[in-house]
Design a protein around this ligand. Structure first.
Ligand SMILES: NC(=O)c1ccc[n+]([C@@H]2O[C@H](COP(=O)([O-])OP(=O)(O)OC[C@H]3O[C@@H](n4cnc5c(N)ncnc54)[C@H](O)[C@@H]3O)[C@@H](O)[C@H]2O)c1
Length: 282
């Protein structure tokens, strides 16, 4: 099987390694596509055997990539708000698609994706990796075995800590139109788990939430009111418990800090900024 990956940021490495290392037999990664040339070169350089020889394409060349490289499956690991563009284009070009969760961020884009899938008849897979973690698979086994009898009610909560949780407030995730907010971006995993565990889907859904912690007011309350736009050059870096040290982490440095000049993507924006539009409590 031939694969191409679009969006070669943090997440794509799992897919790249699976195709080129863990499951290299019978599988071939034929191309990479991204807006960022530094990240493209970095990813290409980590592929065994092919070295820098793998075909790389700029985002605007996506369709040319498909025509030239003829991948069987396109893997979409761009930010969420762009998934639909690549899913639809790949399906229309007659390719199977594997996309990271969430499939997309709003109803209009979802309809476009479903329509393209139905018209193309190709396979579209959303990779819900949480299902494959041992504890969650075991829970599914237990429920299916009937050991607790009929399931009549479920109480499910999910808490995010300061390291994992804060990370959703630094970059594209923090804008509602780019991630759908955490009830879409993050909870898509949990809705999927719940539906799968109880083998059912909801009839009605309602939600509410607010942003109450990752706010400018909280920065003041924590004595961090003098913070900068980002952690890397922040005047309160040393005393902020929420900082992300891009320069001090070799993997983050090469993937993001060293690639900033290409597109201005800042991986470590302040989590207490005023322009955040997602909720943190819901
Ligand atoms: N299943 C999981 O547990 C899990 C974990 C992390 C991320 N994800 C998902 O993986 C996806 C990527 O997340 P990430 O953390 O790698 O983000 P990232 O920002 O690190 O990487 C995104 C990549 O897409 C590129 N990109 C941006 N605009 C583009 C465009 N127009 N065309 C092509 N490429 C473009 C960026 O340059 C970057 O290299 C998201 O959908 C996210 O929800 C899933």
């Amino acid at each position: 099987m031939k694969y191409a990956i679009v969006g070669v940021g943090g997440r794509h490495a799992m897919f790249r390694r699976a195709i080129t290392e863990t499951h290299a037999d019978g599988n071939d990664l034929v191309a990479l596509c991204d807006v960022n040339e530094t990240r493209l070169a970095l990813s290409a350089g980590k592929i065994p055997q092919k070295g820098n020889g793998i075909a790389t394409y700029e985002a605007a060349e996506f369709e040319r990539m498909i025509a030239e490289q003829q991948p069987d499956t396109v893997i979409v690991t761009t930010p969420d708000y762009l998934h639909h563009e690549y899913i639809v284009a790949a399906l229309k070009a007659g390719r199977n698609v594997m996309t990271e969760k969430p499939m997309t961020v709003d109803l209009q884009k979802l309809r476009a994706v479903l329509e393209a899938q139905q018209q193309s008849g190709k396979r579209l897979t959303v990779t819900f990796n949480y299902r494959y973690t041992p504890a969650r698979t075991q829970l599914k086994d237990l429920l299916m075995s009937g050991v607790i009898g009929e399931i009549t009610a479920v109480d499910f909560r999910w808490y995010l800590d300061r390291v994992h949780g804060a990370d959703y407030f630094r970059r594209w995730h923090r804008y509602k139109e780019k991630s759908g907010g955490l009830l879409v971006h993050k909870s898509t995993h949990h809705f999927d788990l719940m539906n799968w565990w109880v083998a059912s889907t909801p009839k009605t859904v309602s939600a509410n939430g607010k942003r109450v912690f990752y706010t400018p007011e909280m920065a003041e309350e924590l004595g961090l009111g003098e913070h900068g736009e980002r952690c890397h050059t922040c005047p309160v870096f040393d005393r902020c418990e929420y900082r992300l040290d891009l320069a001090g982490d070799p993997a983050l440095r090469e993937l993001y800090l060293d690639a900033e000049d290409d597109d201005g993507y800042l991986r470590d924006k302040c989590v207490f900024a005023d322009d955040i539009t997602i909720e943190d409590t819901m």
